[in-house]
Design a protein around this ligand. Structure first.
Ligand code: OGA
Ligand code: MN
Length: 290
């Protein structure tokens, strides 16, 4: 196994492993060290079945229960342990342009971190590219440790104690998606997250923002919205961003505690079949309101 550093420096490319087979403890330890150091790892050429993706993912911890992650998917195309981030209907054809499931999925095109709308947010995500469009459909990643390090000391002290309210309602409202049933609203109840996190393995601090963050607790709505959109702009400057241009059978893994990501657009009606396994986090970032 070899990990090559890609530019920018928070991305590593892993070669010499066959993830369709169980990996050794020593290879696993090397991946564990690499993901803590980099934040994003690319494993090219991994022709995985869903079961193989699940088995590899489970080496990193418990797979997050996907319930509540997409209230518009009443009937699932895939195994419950896989997040379907494709643009496909249960019959495998692309969703119609005006389908509300497609509208919901378009929320992934906003900068976010996975499951920040859960009280215990996700640790890692592993995204496998099964079918991709000929053009477009890249995924961008932004390093929130580098972004934090670059803040001036006054900004660092200002954000240190702040807590934000996160919900899927907030990220989807940004795209004008506001019509929900009472049951769906119940699934998207807001949670609180610290705005600054410290990584348990490296001790590095990072900015924990997301399109799911709608309010700064205790601030007015207008102040919150302006502040969060300014901070996102600062944190996602090109210097902190890696653009992944997918090849079929790439598996990309990232640490949601310190990296943001977003999908980039592609032609509607073209198949993009991407499947994500998500590793549950081990703690809340802040105590939840009663
Ligand atoms: C995800 C996600 C982006 C993409 O899987 O969590 O946001 O490019 N995906 O599909
Ligand atoms: Mn995501």
């Amino acid at each position: 196994m070899e990990v090559r550093s890609v530019s920018p420096e928070f991305v590593g490319e892993v070669h010499g492993l066959n993830l369709t087979k169980p990996i050794s403890d020593s290879n696993f330890a090397d991946i564990d060290t690499a993901i803590a150091h980099f934040g994003v790892l690319v494993f090219p050429g991994q022709d995985l079945s869903d079961a193989q993706q699940i088995a590899f993912s489970q080496r990193f911890g418990e797979i997050e229960n996907a319930h509540g992650g997409n209230p518009t998917q009443k009937k699932k195309r895939l195994n419950a342990q896989i997040n379907d981030v494709s643009n496909l209907n249960t019959d495998g054809t692309p969703l119609a342009r005006d389908d509300r499931r497609r509208a919901f999925n378009l929320g992934n095109h906003l900068w976010h971190t996975d499951s920040s709308f859960r009280a215990v947010p996700a640790k890692y995500s592993l995204l496998s590219a099964r079918r991709i469009p000929a053009t477009g459909g890249n995924t961008e990643f932004a390093d929130m440790r580098a972004a934090y390090d670059a803040l001036d000391p006054a900004m660092k002290s200002q954000i240190e104690p702040l807590i934000c309210e996160h919900s899927l309602l907030h990220s989807r409202a940004r795209l004008g998606f506001t019509k929900w049933t009472a049951e769906e609203i119940e699934m998207m109840k807001p949670v609180r997250q610290a705005l600054v996190r410290q990584h348990p393995a490296t001790g590095r601090k990072s900015i924990y923002i997301s399109s799911h963050a709608g309010h700064v607790v205790g601030w007015t709505e207008a102040e919150s919205k302006l502040f969060l959109s300014d901070l996102t702009e600062i944190a996602t400057q090109r210097a902190f961003v890696y653009t992944h241009e997918w090849t079929v059978n790439d598996l990309v893994m990232w640490d949601n505690r310190c990296v943001l990501h977003r999908a980039r657009s592609y032609e509607p009606g073209v198949v993009r079949d991407m499947r994500r396994t998500t590793i549950a986090g081990d703690e809340a970032t802040v105590a939840q309101a009663a």
